[in-house]
Design a protein around this ligand. Sequence first.
Ligand SMILES: O=C(O)CCC(=O)C(=O)O
Ligand SMILES: [Fe+2]
Length: 276
Amino acid sequence: MNNSKWEAIEPDIKTILNLFDDPIHALSQAKIPAFIIRNAYNPNDCKELIERFEHFGFLKDLKNLETDKRPRIDIGTSLGNLGGNSDRFFKHAKSTHLLFRFLFEGFQNPVHCIYQYLSELCPKKTVATAREDDGSKYGPAIIRIHYDGQRYKPHIDHVVLRENRLNYSVYKFKHQFAGILCLQNADESGPGAQSRLHECLWKPDIQPYITSETFEDYAKKNRINFCQVELEPGDLYFFNTQLIHEVPEIVGTQPRIVMAVFIGYSPEDNEVAVWS
Ligand SMILES: O=C(O)CCC(=O)C(=O)O
Ligand SMILES: [Fe+2]
């Protein structure tokens, strides 16, 4: 398909499959910025799930915002943060699997929701949580709670190109994607915070602009398009994390809450692996 405007494809799987025989492959070629599935998850369940997270004590106490300065809280296991010690990482992931067995009880399971939609985007593959040969499983997904001041500067996510994690099996995947399910947007009275995907795949000569935080100037100078992904609670999007992307600063007392996964894909591999 010739998508000359480089726009995300939405709103549902049917539309995506009408346009692409092999959507995940199209994503790997960055022919389109993202696939967006609107209302993938019930927005009422989003609200009630967040209340549950609050009752579990995962969220900041709003009365305590002055003293609790954490910009981001994770519920789940992050390879990016814990991957430096693989023993600790896999033990942590094991407890996340245990927690996720009951955390969503009574609601549609948001992890299953993401995996199900992902399976539909890869008709010829099986989708499973990443694991090592000895059976150790990675985290299945992660809930990220972003508070006032949190921002993702222009970056990529890639276990090889960015993190150089040669001691993990997910290293073998050529392409990496993210799946992000919006559970709550940042403060509606503020400017909100929606992600921006630049029509620019990382290559080594882009890195200096990322390191020196001058990608914005580079993008302007080179007239690089971007796609802003506007989400409502319950919306799910998938994108190629080798695209330079960013999320502006959260402003206000209402945190932006998402469930996120990373995805590994190689055309020749039958399995598409998911981790967090
Ligand atoms: O939250 C999003 O929409 C994207 C976040 C992101 O880029 C990341 O976690 O690496
Ligand atoms: Fe990212």
